[in-house]
Design a protein around this ligand. Structure first.
Ligand code: HEC
Length: 205
């Protein structure tokens, strides 16, 4: 499981819990709402922490934040106090507003993904998603030997910024390994290997 998957699953779980809570509040099911809150308290804490931590982690890893991501983060952050007040005061309007804010930020991410899909490649990922997946894979699997910038050289790892391999060559080497370098074909999908190869090619001087 990569960060992006954990993030998506947490967001969807979070939205589901929140949606049910809002429906119960709006429908005046005070008793059921309290029961549901008690039942999902721990789950909600885990889900929202994982949703925020993976989100921030990916942003820090990727480094360049796009404008839609800033709007997304602002919407999510702004929805938190609105939601807290809504449930403290059992205010239905505020509860719906905060739910809409979260759904909107979710929709924003999906919309920008569809827009960018115009330039998608045959692996089913568009180019900026590919780089994002590639960078995540690189950070999780390659940094320990090659370093953040590709030139660390741990265990004899070659300097990636000087590599003359093409994208297919990198993908082949990552899949099958060489010398001290691990083979990754059992740990990574073809799509992830393709993405990390594309990412490695961006490290060239
Ligand atoms: C255990 C340490 C280690 C890890 C982890 C590792 N590598 Fe390597 N890598 C090496 C070593 C050692 C070599 C040199 C292999 C040889 O030629 O003998 C190498 C070589 C390479 C080369 C070839 C460079 C060239 O010009 O020939 C590429 C590309 C590469 N690694 C990419 C990656 C990517 C991408 C990942 C993550 C999926 C990764 N490596 C993970 C150790 C590692």
């Amino acid at each position: 499981m990569n960060l992006l998957t954990i993030h998506k699953v947490s967001v969807i779980l979070f939205l589901l819990i929140y949606l049910i809570k809002t429906i119960l509040l709006v429908a005046n099911q005070t008793e059921n709402l309290e029961k549901f809150k008690k039942l999902t308290k721990v789950l909600e804490m885990i889900v929202s922490a994982s949703f925020l931590i993976t989100g921030i982690w990916m942003l820090v890893e990727i480094g360049n934040i796009k404008s839609f991501q800033i709007i997304k983060i602002c919407l999510v952050l702004a929805s938190i106090p609105v939601a807290v007040i809504a449930y403290k005061k059992s205010n239905k309007v505020l509860a719906i507003v905060s739910l809409l804010m979260i759904i909107m930020s979710y929709g924003l991410a999906e919309m920008s993904r569809k827009q960018r899909a115009v330039g998608s490649n045959d692996m089913g990922l568009n180019s900026s998603d590919t780089l994002m997946v590639g960078q995540t894979v690189y950070t999780n699997y390659c940094v320990k030997c090659h370093g953040q910038d590709g030139n660390k050289g741990f265990m004899g790892a070659l300097d990636l910024t000087l590599s003359s391999l093409d994208e297919a060559g990198v993908a082949d080497l990552v899949a099958n390994g060489k010398g001290n370098m691990t083979a990754f074909k059992d740990q990574l999908t073809a799509e992830q290997i393709h993405a990390v190869a594309v990412y490695v090619k961006t490290m060239k001087h």
